[in-house]
Design a protein around this ligand. Structure first.
Ligand SMILES: Cc1cc2nc3c(=O)[nH]c(=O)nc-3n(C[C@H](O)[C@H](O)[C@H](O)COP(=O)(O)O)c2cc1C
Length: 183
């Protein structure tokens, strides 16, 4: 093994999670996360007549080819089981005026149909609910599910999308917020 290879092996060993038995203080982690402004979406799903969903900020794109998106869903969220069972979900990124919908879909234990009382809903291809007036919607088929800690990470293949040119809803430090231009 040359010096370069040796250094790579050493750094791989140092970076393996086994090398760190402890973990960061959860309140410090939470405080750092509160500083980040994130776009807000509603992840929806349907199995037969049962519709459900949750408000989420852990949403991002994964790849262009094929078009895929990632959502991180707590395994305790009531909608998680429906995503797993149906194999499909939709992401509805909210316009700033849609903050009441975000509140409905983040109210714990609310009856799923009461959540859908806010806003007008339709569907695209999978049947997962699509919110009228959302900034961007992505109708997805589950391609992969990875369990990590408390959450299931769903990678969805985007099979339909649509968008509207308007300001997205943000969430930072426990509050819903609007975009502001600095120009
Ligand atoms: C702004 C905001 C962002 C959230 N982001 C996520 C998220 O990315 N993933 C998640 O599992 N829960 C997230 N939650 C929590 C869920 O919305 C909430 O736990 C869920 O609606 C509870 O649903 P249930 O009562 O049907 O289980 C977020 C809540 C808020 C207010």
């Amino acid at each position: 093994m040359n010096a370069h290879q040796h250094a790579r092996v050493l750094s791989a060993a140092a970076l393996s999670s086994d090398a760190f038995s402890g973990s960061v203080d959860p309140s410090a982690f939470k405080l750092s996360m509160r500083q980040i402004a994130s776009p807000v979406g509603i992840i929806t799903t349907r199995e037969g007549d049962l519709r459900n969903g949750l408000t989420a900020t852990s949403i991002c794109s994964v790849s262009m080819e094929p078009p895929t998106m990632l959502v991180c869903v707590n395994r305790n969220a009531s909608a998680e089981k429906t995503i797993a069972a149906s194999g499909a979900f939709a992401i509805n990124m909210l316009a700033d005026a849609q903050h009441p919908v975000a509140r409905l879909f983040s109210t714990p234990k609310l009856c799923p149909e009461d959540r859908f009382a806010g806003g007008q809903w339709s569907e695209l291809v999978t049947g997962a609910p699509i919110l009228e007036g959302a900034v961007a919607t992505f109708d997805c088929v589950v391609q992969e599910c990875i369990t990590s800690g408390s959450h299931n990470l769903y990678i969805g293949r985007v099979i339909a999308t649509r968008s509207l040119d308007q300001d997205i809803l943000l969430y930072r430090d426990g509050a819903f917020r609007r975009l502001e231009s600095i120009n």
